[in-house]
Design a protein around this ligand. Structure first.
Ligand SMILES: [Zn+2]
Length: 82
């Protein structure tokens, strides 16, 4: 019986988040103009600014970033190292 629990724990452990290749957002951020990156960084820390608004601004600036990727990266729910 305890063997089965150990097997289940191993299964659950294998579902831990793994850090892998950088996500789309991290790749784009690493190539982004430093001033724009600083603006994004400050905007993310501003409680009066929604992440949706930051994403709209980036898209308007011609940055080809999906909301899905941006949202996951900025909420720490992507797999890349930070
Ligand atoms: Zn990421």
């Amino acid at each position: 019986m305890s063997g089965e629990v150990a097997d289940d724990l191993a299964d659950i452990r294998s579902l831990n988040s793994r850090r892998g290749p950088r996500c789309q957002t991290a790749v784009i951020f690493s190539a982004m103009d430093p001033k724009m990156l600083e603006t994004v960084g400050r905007a993310l820390q501003d409680p009066a600014i929604e992440r949706r608004a930051i994403h709209r601004w980036l898209v308007a600036k011609g940055i080809p970033l999906s909301w899905y990727s941006f949202e996951h990266h900025t909420s720490g729910d992507c797999r890349c190292e930070r």
